[in-house]
Design a protein around this ligand. Structure first.
Ligand SMILES: CC/C=C\C/C=C\C/C=C\C/C=C\C/C=C\C/C=C/C(=O)SCCNC(=O)CCNC(=O)[C@H](O)C(C)(C)COP(=O)(O)OP(=O)(O)OC[C@H]1O[C@@H](n2cnc3c(N)ncnc32)[C@H](O)[C@@H]1OP(=O)(O)O
Ligand SMILES: Cc1cc2nc3c(=O)[nH]c(=O)nc-3n(C[C@H](O)[C@H](O)[C@H](O)COP(=O)(O)OP(=O)(O)OC[C@H]3O[C@@H](n4cnc5c(N)ncnc54)[C@H](O)[C@@H]3O)c2cc1C
Length: 665
């Protein structure tokens, strides 16, 4: 009971309106309402139970995923849920499965790369689940280097068909989610060959399995690629392997919005940038940023609530021990992660806006913002997923020994989340893309070309290369202009340093290769500047609710000053701030942690997660952790019998043998 009281007391110390913070987090009152309804719908349905997930075998887990997906679809249809509601319902079911790829990549690929006619034909089938699709791009031999894919699609003018073929072992499709066991169709990326010429990678809709009995079609070899990291976790997904042996598809199953092959076999490229082929990846990368804030906020919610419940040391004269949340070290590890969850949420919203804006411009044949969309989605995907993966592990450690139990929810969350650093583009590969664009922008500065969008600050090169921070007290670091200037100067100076070093190499390519570790850091600095800028912009907006704006302001400062403290070397080496100013930033950070402390539990309550979605005995809303931990232990299959299976075979003979030996002595 004492623990329950603890969280109630924590909630009472909050200095802001939690209900209004829920609105700020979700984006609107409507969003809070819909999310609440969908979360409760899932939590109250026994089919969506997930507390036994880590104890299921792979086969059981996969069947459970099929069952949940079918039940979710049934509820979506029965309740006539809107697209927004259906997306949320699937999110709260919280079990990776083929439907993620069907809705998340197969449908968007057809929408983005199919002609109107193709969309008209294929989308209704996908919308009604008459076909199930996946996104088959990566191969055994190549993932990052898309141009290196080997699968071929050779046009045969005699039959008006493409022949899809896997010429080598390394050309086997490898990894696509939903491919292994569930999908009937795939968007397959292959080298288009017509009239004897290789035109590079294009997308094709290919049927893989019979719609009658689900068996692979002739010439198609299919299977699952095997168990993955962690128990439960991403093993609910059937990541697959696929080989083609001269499989024929009609010509009109090439996705022809960007380029076409005529009946005669002539290749025609529309007047659009060829990078639009990568559009589905750009779309998913922006949703992965929004998803990072969800995963991070879940981990932080668990760690904050448990840290308020957990007590160690400090008891005097039999009085209460100290809540571990009161230790300054716990705060300095946890509160930056709390601030990062909010930062990623807001930058995710902004990125979604940017993506929508770019999409509208593309429809009007305006391709000017394509590079900005690529740089922002690639860079933000890389930084937010890397931070989130590390942060989930840090939250596990923040929960001490109990964090290592499956029932804490953290091991599974980590195992599900960590591949986000790799899929949809390895984070290093993506940051190097950002670096390439930074170098291009720096090189254009001399010609007077004004950078735009998130690179616009580079236009202030004369000022930012020589400015000195005016900060002279810890409080000065609360001024957003001081923060903004320091971050801009750091990012620009790192990029310019890289460009200068590259220019001394024998060639641009060689210089880029040699300096790539520095370029990664420059790219991270640029992306951190974007995150800080968008958080500052958010806080400048009108935000209703008692104390809400003040809390967000504090979190924004925590985020920025934490990054400054963590990357102090960058700020000092580039001469943006002095060691004294660095020390003042750290002093201010300590004061901000003290400000966050009484609000911490309420700040994670504002995420509005149900206990079902959190899936953690440590993160329970009521804080009644110990009885739940105790009860959970007894549910383990090992505890089904008092004497374990194997006792008579292995333990008893061993003990008896030793006893016999001893008795002979
Ligand atoms: C449990 C699920 C959890 C979270 C998910 C939440 C929500 C998501 C919703 C649904 C999805 C569901 C589940 C997701 C889970 C897993 C799915 C995973 C799927 C996959 O992984 S699919 C495969 C992804 N593969 C990659 O990302 C490959 C990475 N490689 C590349 O992108 C490219 O090959 C690379 C590295 C960019 C290089 O390409 P290329 O060699 O062609 O280019 P260059 O470097 O020479 O550049 C040329 C030129 O093009 C510009 N450019 C490159 N890319 C783009 C782009 N995307 N858009 C625009 N422009 C681009 C580049 O800047 C150069 O420009 P320049 O000529 O210099 O002007
Ligand atoms: C869980 C999961 C789900 C997936 N789902 C899908 C899916 O649905 N569909 C699909 O098509 N694919 C999918 N993939 C594949 C995924 O997109 C690729 O694994 C990813 O793009 C990374 O490519 P890779 O495996 O070739 O890594 P590699 O490129 O081989 O990376 C290996 C190492 O090399 C480094 N490296 C590579 N190139 C460079 C370079 N130029 N400079 C410096 N370092 C470099 C990387 O940083 C990394 O450290 C999935 C992968 C996973 C793990």
């Amino acid at each position: 009971m004492a623990e329950v009281d603890h969280l109630a007391a924590e909630r009472a110390t909050a200095r802001f309106d939690v209900e209004e913070m829920k609105v700020a987090w979700a984006g609107s009152r409507h969003a809070v309402h819909v999310a609440d309804r969908m979360a409760r719908l899932v939590a109250s349905d026994p089919v969506f139970r997930k507390d036994n997930r880590t104890m299921l075998s792979r086969k059981e887990l996969f069947k459970d995923t099929l069952r949940k997906a079918a039940h979710a679809w049934k509820r979506i249809v029965e309740l006539r849920l809107t697209e927004e509601e259906a997306d949320l319902l699937r999110q709260y079911v919280d079990q990776p499965g083929y439907v993620d790829l069907h809705w998340g990549m197969f449908v968007p690929a057809i929408k983005g790369q199919g002609t109107e006619e193709q969309q008209h034909k294929w989308l209704p089938l996908a919308y009604k689940f008459q076909i199930i699709g996946c996104y088959a791009q990566t191969e055994l031999g190549h993932g990052s280097n898309v141009q290196g894919l080997e699968t071929t699609a050779t046009f045969d003018p005699k039959t008006d068909e493409f022949v899809i073929h896997s010429p080598t072992l390394t050309s086997s499709k490898w990894w696509p989610g939903g491919l292994g066991k569930a999908s009937t169709h795939a968007v397959v990326y292959a080298r288009l060959i017509t009239e004897g010429k290789d035109y590079g990678i294009h997308g094709f809709i290919v049927q893989l399995r019979s719609l009658e009995d689900h068996s692979p079609l002739p010439g198609v070899t299919l299977g699952d690629i095997g168990g993955k990291f962690g128990s439960g976790a991403y093993n609910s997904m059937d990541n697959g392997v696929l080989r083609f042996d001269h499989v024929r598809i009609p010509r009109d199953q090439m996705l022809m919005r960007l380029s076409q092959v005529t009946r005669e076999g002539k290749y025609v490229h529309s007047n659009v940038p060829k990078q639009l082929l990568y559009g589905t990846m750009v779309y998913v990368r922006q949703s992965i940023v929004a998803d990072a804030s969800k995963a991070l906020s879940r981990a932080v919610c668990i760690a904050v609530r448990y840290s308020a419940v957990r007590k160690q040391f400090g008891s005097q004269d039999g009085g209460p021990e100290t809540q571990v949340l009161n230790y300054k070290t716990q705060q300095s590890r946890l509160f930056p992660l709390l601030a990062s969850a909010y930062a990623f949420r807001f930058v995710g919203d902004w990125l979604n806006w940017l993506y929508t804006d770019v999409t509208q411009k593309l429809e009007a044949k305006d391709f000017s913002t394509l590079q900005e969309a690529h740089a922002c989605t690639a860079g933000l995907k890389a930084v937010t997923t890397s931070v989130t993966a590390d942060a989930i592990e840090e939250c596990r450690k923040l929960c001490g020994g109990h964090g290592y139990l499956n029932s804490s929810g953290l091991p599974e969350l980590f195992a599900v989340y960590v591949p986000a650093c790799t899929y949809e583009g390895d984070n290093v590969v993506l940051l190097l893309q950002v670096a390439r664009i930074l170098m291009k922008t720096v090189s254009q500065l001399a010609s007077g070309k004004q950078p735009v969008g998130t690179m616009a600050y580079m236009g202030k090169v004369q000022y930012l290369m020589q400015c000195k921070s005016a900060v002279s007290s810890a409080e000065d670091w609360l001024n957003p202009d001081a923060i903004q200037e320091a971050f801009e100067a750091r990012a620009l100076r790192m990029a310019v340093n890289c460009a200068q070093n590259i220019s001394q190499a024998a060639s641009q390519e060689e210089g880029f290769y040699e300096r790539s570790p520095d370029l990664l850091e420059a790219a991270v600095a640029h992306i951190q500047l974007i995150i800080v800028t968008k958080f500052i912009e958010k806080v400048h907006q009108e935000i209703p609710g008692h104390g809400v704006k003040e809390q967000l302001q504090a979190l924004c400062n925590v985020y920025a000053l934490y990054i400054l403290h963590k990357h102090l070397g960058d700020f000092l080496a580039t001469g943006c701030i002095t060691p004294r100013q660095g020390a003042l930033a750290n002093e201010q950070l300590g004061k901000l942690y003290a400000q966050v402390r009484p609000n911490a539990v309420a700040l994670v309550d504002a995420f509005n997660y149900t206990d079902h979605y959190l899936g953690s005995v440590l993160g329970r809303y009521d804080g009644d952790v110990y009885p739940a931990l105790y009860e959970e232990a007894w549910k383990d299959p090992l505890n089904e019998t008092v004497v374990p299976e194997g006792y008579h075979e292995y333990l008893r003979p061993l003990i008896k043998q030793q006893q016999l030996k001893l008795s002979r002595l």
